[in-house]
Design a protein around this ligand. Structure first.
Ligand code: FES
Length: 102
C-alpha cells in the first residue's frame, strides 16, 4: 500500500480505497479524513494561499482554520480534515475562497 507515513500494522486498519489528488492516483483507508490520507501519502501542501501563494495544509485538524480546504468531487472549499475518504474521491487544490456549507 502506498502511504509510507503510516505506522506499520499487521492487521488491516480498514478497506483500502483509491482516490486522486490533483489527478495523481493515491491509496487511503475508507472513512479516514481526506487530510489524513493525504498526509499518509506524503502530501503536506493541499493548496496555496489566495493572496501570497504560500503553501497551506493541515493546521488545526478539527475544522476550525479552513487551511485544509480543497475541491472534493467538484465542490470547492471542502475541509479535508472533516471529510471522510471514499472510493474514487477526487481531490484538487483550489485557490479561491469558496467554502462549502456542510
Ligand atoms: S486543518 Fe483546520 S479546518 Fe482542516
Amino acid at each position: 500500500m502506498s502511504g509510507g507515513y503510516r505506522f506499520p500494522s499487521d492487521e488491516p486498519l480498514a478497506r483500502q480505497v483509491r482516490f486522486t489528488f490533483n489527478e495523481r492516483e493515491l491509496v487511503g483507508l475508507e472513512g479516514e479524513p481526506i487530510a489524513a490520507a493525504l498526509l499518509a501519502n506524503g502530501v503536506r501542501t493541499i493548496r496555496h494561499d489566495d493572496s501570497t501563494g504560500e503553501p497551506r495544509g493541515v493546521y488545526c485538524g478539527i475544522g476550525h482554520c479552513f487551511e485544509c480546504r480543497a475541491q472534493v468531487d467538484g465542490v470547492n472549499g471542502v475541509r479535508t480534515c472533516l471529510t471522510p475518504l471514499r472510493e474514487g474521491t477526487r481531490v484538487a487544490s483550489v485557490a479561491q475562497w469558496d467554502v462549502a456549507k456542510k
